[in-house]
Each structure stands twice: as structure tokens, then as C-alpha cells.
Design a protein around this ligand. Structure first.
Ligand code: F6R
Length: 237
């Protein structure tokens, strides 16, 4: 695991986009796993600002809410269209979206991931409860893409786009084992609200109460932190 401690949020974001753009410049047809959420918004804005050439790149979305009508404004599909595809004039066909309407959506997604040769770089944020994708506490290291139930904490954290009533209760998410199959992982954490989670992550291993700890066994896991997210780091060495 490699940790990049940045001096500002902008520097942390730039560290992430530099990793991505270096990879894509070397191999334009790379396969990139995309996360959503507030943390990732400046990452996509930076790729747009830097006019990243992603025309030959293929993308897999990490997760999607279940039960939303097609093109719901708060779906992750719409998020990635708004933040990445439309501004960079990329084609929707460059992205695989979790097939939330299929009864065997998880198996189907795993199959197309395998057919694409797997993910080269998986982008990740982290939930305050340590979730990655929507692998909530209690998820196993062996889990693959499947329908997951969101915790009340996650529903609360993500409800601003929906209101609590409308906020979905389930999502289709890559599993932890699926995420670990990516050739490299880049996690970005920013802001004070993630500081305790990052402290916990750095002091625990393979702990199902904080699923992000499973990533620490990955040989190419880069954790990028801004000063606020790193503010409680206290490694028990
Ligand atoms: C997003 C995702 C989630 C978020 C996490 C952090 O596709 O799967 O794991 O990365 O919930 O969200 P923010 O960045 O909004 O704090």
C-alpha cells in the first residue's frame, strides 16, 4: 500500500488524475473503474480541465442504485454523464453500467468484466463507515457483484439528492473480490468527515466492520489523502 499525503485537496485530486492520465497516455485502451460521490466530482472536473483524451478508454461503473427509472437525475449513470461523458464528449457505449434491471445482473456484470480483460485502475472513494462501492460493513472479502442492502447511515449520507423517502434501499455493487481483481486501486479520501475512517483503515487489516481494510492486501493500492482526511492518522507501529 502506498499513501500519498497531499498539501491540499486540489493537490490530492491532481495526484489521482495524474495517475489516471499517465496510464491512459501509455495505454489509451485501458479499462478504468469509475466511482461516484462528492469526493470524485473534482477528479472528473480536473480530467475535463486537463482535456484528458479518453476516447479509446473503456469504463466500468463501480455501482448503481436499484429501482430508479432509466435516466433518473440522481442515478450514477446520470452522474457520470454529467461529470465526465458529456463534458469530454465521450460516448455512452464506452461505459459498462451495472445492469440493474436484469435478475442475474451481478453474474452478467462479472462476465463482461472478464470479457474486457478486467479493470486496469479502479477509482474508489470511501464511506464514513468504511464501505467501498456499496460493500457495507459485514461484506466478505470473497464477495462478487451482487445486490446489496444499503445501511441507514449510507442512506442518510446520500439522501440529499433524493430525500429520505425516495432514497433507494438497494444497489448493485461490484463485490470486494471483484474490486480486488483490478490490477491497481486508487482511493481518494478528502475532508474531515473521513479522518476517523482513514485512521481506522490504517490501523486494521481484513476487518469486515470496515470493508476498505480488505484492500490493504492488494499489491498495488494507492491511498491519496488531503490534509483533513489525513488529520487523525496515528499509526500504531
Ligand atoms: C460511489 C461509491 C461510494 C462512495 C462513498 C463516498 O460510487 O461507491 O463508495 O465512494 O460513499 O462517497 P462521497 O465521496 O460522496 O463521500
Amino acid at each position: 500500500m502506498r499513501i500519498i499525503l497531499s498539501e491540499s485537496t486540489a493537490e490530492a485530486v491532481s495526484a489521482v488524475t495524474t495517475i489516471l492520465m499517465d496510464k491512459i497516455q501509455a495505454e489509451p485502451s485501458s479499462v478504468i473503474g469509475l466511482a461516484t460521490g462528492r469526493t470524485m466530482e473534482p477528479v472528473y472536473a480536473d480530467l475535463v480541465k486537463k482535456e484528458a483524451n479518453l476516447k479509446k478508454t473503456f469504463f466500468f461503473m463501480l455501482d448503481e442504485y436499484m429501482g430508479l427509472p432509466e435516466n433518473h437525475p440522481s442515478s450514477f449513470k446520470q452522474y457520470i454523464k454529467d461529470h465526465l461523458l458529456n463534458p469530454l464528449m465521450l460516448d455512452e457505449s464506452q461505459v459498462a453500467f451495472p445492469p440493474v434491471t436484469l435478475s442475474n445482473g451481478g453474474e452478467h456484470y462479472e462476465r463482461i468484466l472478464t470479457e474486457a480483460g478486467g479493470v486496469d485502475i479502479q477509482l474508489l472513494g470511501i464511506g464514513q463507515n468504511g464501505h467501498i462501492g456499496f460493500n457495507e460493513p459485514g461484506s466478505t472479502k470473497e464477495s462478487r457483484t451482487r445486490v446489496v442492502r444499503l445501511t441507514e447511515e449510507t442512506r442518510q449520507a446520500n439522501q440529499s439528492h433524493f430525500g429520505m423517502e425516495e432514497m433507494p434501499r438497494e444497489a448493485l455493487s461490484m463485490g470486494i473480490s471483484t474490486i480486488l481483481s483490478a490490477k491497481s486501486l486508487v482511493m481518494l479520501a478528502t475532508g474531515k468527515s473521513k479522518a476517523e475512517t482513514i485512521k481506522y483503515l490504517l490501523n486494521h487489516h481484513d476487518d469486515p466492520t470496515c470493508p476498505a481494510t480488505f484492500l490493504k492486501s492488494h499489491p498495488h493500492f494507492v491511498l491519496v489523502l488531503d490534509p483533513d482526511a489525513a488529520s487523525k492518522i496515528n499509526l500504531k507501529i
